[in-house]
Design a protein around this ligand. Structure first.
Ligand code: NI
Length: 236
């Protein structure tokens, strides 16, 4: 797996001498003949996020046979840390160059607010089933396509079946933003990006232009403006 060499292996809030002791000769513990403090042993691994154009984003991911084996546990831990660092709402394994059916998804509260400091759900081999025909259009973003947002239609209510990180079955219903996050992430497992689902190629904007595009579409097509006027954004 590629490492992001620019991001270091320990929290960036730590002094540089602690994060990168090799640059500063012996650490203070070593000079004192002591064993390194735990902070030296706690590694944090941020995986590089595949940007648009990388073939891994277009391939169908394969099922995970055992979510509890050591490589998968390491992948999950790294993805959790990578997602937290990127402040996204969800992350799919292909986005970190791992072609397996594994996603992380934050669970919004009933008001649609996401606590990005909370632990995301770990979902292995997820399958989604629309519960009815109702759909909703809203802006989405993607960590593999930084700086852009697009208007995408998603089912409002879906059923989810998966395994959690311990291999236990997960079965639940999802609606609204949570349903959208799940559909976006499971699409990644099938090589589908949100840009593939734009119903109109004009429905794409830079982050800072979302309101301008929304206002234009609302004025141009008032009959559908209410449906397209939702400028909620989510980055996955
Ligand atoms: Ni994405």
């Amino acid at each position: 797996m590629p490492w992001d060499a620019n991001r270091g292996s320990l929290p960036r809030g730590l002094p540089r001498a602690i994060r990168e002791p090799a640059l500063f000769g012996k650490t203070s513990n070593e000079r004192l003949g002591q064993k390194p403090a735990l902070v030296y042993l706690r590694t944090m691994t941020l995986r590089k996020i595949a940007p648009l154009g990388q073939p891994v984003l277009l391939r169908r991911a394969v099922p995970l046979l055992d979510p509890t084996d050591a490589p998968t546990r390491a992948l999950i831990q790294d993805m959790v840390e990578t997602l937290a660092d990127a402040r996204g709402l969800g992350l799919a394994a292909p986005q970190v160059y791992a072609g397996v059916r594994l996603i992380l998804a934050h669970l919004p509260d009933p008001d649609g607010v996401v606590d990005r400091t909370a632990a995301p759900l770990v979902l292995v081999n997820p399958t989604l089933t629309p519960l009815d025909d109702a759909t909703d259009m809203a802006f989405e973003g993607c960590l593999s396509i930084p700086g852009l947002r697009g208007i995408v239609r998603r089912f409002e209510r879906i059923g989810l079946e998966a395994l959690d990180g311990a291999g236990r079955p997960v079965e639940r219903e999802a609606e609204g933003l949570f349903a959208r996050i799940l559909q976006h992430e499971v699409d990644h497992l099938d090589g589908i990006l949100y840009t593939h689902r734009l119903e109109d190629p004009r429905h794409l904007a830079f982050d800072g232009e979302v309101q301008a595009l929304t206002a234009y579409l609302r004025a141009e097509e008032p009959e559908s403006g209410s449906e397209r006027s939702d400028d909620r954004c989510c980055t996955q």
